[in-house]
Structures are given as structure tokens and as C-alpha cells.
Write a protein that binds this ligand. Structure first.
Ligand code: OOG
Ligand code: MG
Length: 255
């Protein structure tokens, strides 16, 4: 359907130029299948420009995020090489529409993982786990969207920061997490907020990515979804995340 291409091009353009665009389906009449087709076509523009697919991100895997955004379905999006933000980098707010940041956990795979897998099968494919921050930047005006809207917009994915990798036998079931701005704690939570255990987000990612025809590979990164609500990025801020047993990461934000 040509609408799919047109919506995809509009969302890609909004992301590239950091200018908000109107919602594409405010009444939520589109099927989720169509929304994911738009997402695929949207990210295909990036791949055509030379970006590589490096993994997937999960969204709305915690109650805190579902409540903040008013959506209670788990969704996923594609991660590309250019979305990676190095630890300690300084971001410029003008490169984004209205960015937010949220505390996550990332997985790195050492083996392919596709279809219906158990939590222990999923863990057996994990090379390492790390503390991670996701920068989300809805391309829609006022950061408002329906479920099809946010899926089409690649689940608001804009950037991801990953800290030091740790052995995959680290128990992820209940790790304390604190996100601070200039040393002041903004949100505290537990990794248990992510579907009871972030490994469940990896199980879901394996199934959803395979269903979409892009099965997770050795080397894929999976972002498990935020444990707490997201926070608006502000100028002159050092954003830091501390996770029990996984260490800390951060980045700077400028006007
Ligand atoms: C959608 C993305 C949700 C998460 O970690 O739950 C997400 C949004 O909140 O804009 O990335
Ligand atoms: Mg997220």
C-alpha cells in the first residue's frame, strides 16, 4: 500500500530533521501488522543510507512505562548502528525533537535466538549483559501517539548507551536501578519491574523479531525496556544510571 511508504518516509524525515510530525493514526484504526510494515519501511530508509541493523528494543515491558504513556501492549523496534551513543558522549538537544531518557538493561547475544524459547534457552544464548540508557524521541507532536503510531515510529527509539558488559550468569531478577541528573536522583526502580525479570523481554524479543523475519543473530543487542518512567532531557545535565552489580554509565546533554 502506497500509504505505508508515504507514512514511512514522513517519519524518517521527521527523525532526520528533528522536526515533529502529526500523528498518522490518532484514532487507532490501523492494524498492528500495518504499523509494523510502516516501521520496517521507515527503518529501511536508514539501511539504504548505510546504517546496519544491530538488534531490537522492547517497549512497554514495565507498568511504569505503560502508565506514563497510556499504552499497555508490549511493542518492539529496530536498533541501528547510528543510534549507538558512546558512553560519556555529549548530546545536543537540537539534534532531537523532544528527547527523554530511561533506564534499561541490554543483552548481547553469542548465538542466534529465534521463535518460542524458554527463559533458560534465551539465557544460554547471552554473551553478556550491561546497564543501558535509552534515548527516546517520539517524532509526533507533543510526544502523543496511539499504539499503531508508536509502532510505526520505531517505538520512539532514537539512541542507546551501553555500559560495561558483564557475565551472563549475573542474576538480573531484582537489581536496584537509579537514574540521576547532575547527581540528583530522578527515578529509582528494580530490574524486576521489567516483566518480572528482564530475561522475559529477551524471550519476547526472540519471538517477535523472528515473526517479523529478522531473527536475532549472534552479535545482536536487545534492549529490555525501561524499568521506570522516562525523564525529559535538559541542557547542562550529566545523566547517570547506576545498577546494582552492573555498575554505572552516563552521558552529557547540552543546549
Ligand atoms: C515508547 C517506547 C517505550 C520502553 O522502554 O518502554 C520504551 C515511548 O515511551 O515513547 O522504549
Ligand atoms: Mg525504552
Amino acid at each position: 500500500m502506497s500509504n505505508i511508504k508515504a507514512f514511512a518516509a514522513r517519519l524518517d524525515e521527521a527523525a532526520r530533521t528533528a522536526k515533529a510530525t502529526p500523528q498518522i493514526d490518532p484514532e487507532s484504526v490501523m492494524s498492528l501488522e500495518q504499523a509494523y510494515q510502516i516501521q520496517a519501511a521507515n527503518i529501511a530508509h536508514r539501511v539504504e543510507r548505510g546504517e546496519k541493523l544491530v538488534g531490537v528494543k522492547m517497549g512497554f515491558t514495565s507498568r511504569a512505562k505503560m502508565i506514563q504513556m497510556g499504552i499497555d501492549d508490549v511493542i518492539w523496534g529496530r536498533l541501528t548502528s547510528d543510534m549507538r551513543v558512546e558512553e560519556g558522549t555529549t548530546l545536543k538537544l537540537s539534534d532531537y525533537v523532544h528527547p527523554r531518557v530511561e533506564p534499561e538493561i541490554a543483552f548481547l547475544l553469542k548465538a542466534p535466538l529465534a521463535g518460542d524459547v524458554s527463559a533458560s534457552e534465551a539465557l544460554a544464548a547471552v554473551e553478556a549483559v550491561a546497564p543501558a540508557l535509552e534515548i527516546i524521541d517520539s517524532r509526533y507532536k507533543d510526544f502523543k501517539f496511539s499504539l499503531p503510531d508508536v509502532i510505526a515510529d520505531n517505538a520512539s527509539s532514537s539512541g542507546f548507551v551501553i555500559g560495561n558488559w558483564h557475565a551472563p550468569d549475573t542474576d538480573l531478577s531484582n537489581l536496584g536501578m537509579a537514574m540521576s541528573f547532575n547527581g540528583k536522583v530522578q527515578h529509582v526502580g528494580s530490574s524486576a519491574a521489567i516483566l518480572g525479570n528482564p530475561v522475559r523481554a529477551l524471550v519476547a524479543a526472540a519471538r517477535l523479531a523472528a515473526e517479523a523475519g529478522i531473527p536475532l543473530q549472534a552479535g545482536s543487542i536487545v534492549m529490555a525496556g525501561a524499568a521506570t518512567a522516562a525523564e525529559w532531557l535538559l541542557p547542562d545535565t550529566y545523566v547517570r544510571l547506576d545498577i546494582q552489580n552492573l555498575g554505572s554509565i552516563g552521558f552529557h546533554v547540552q543546549e
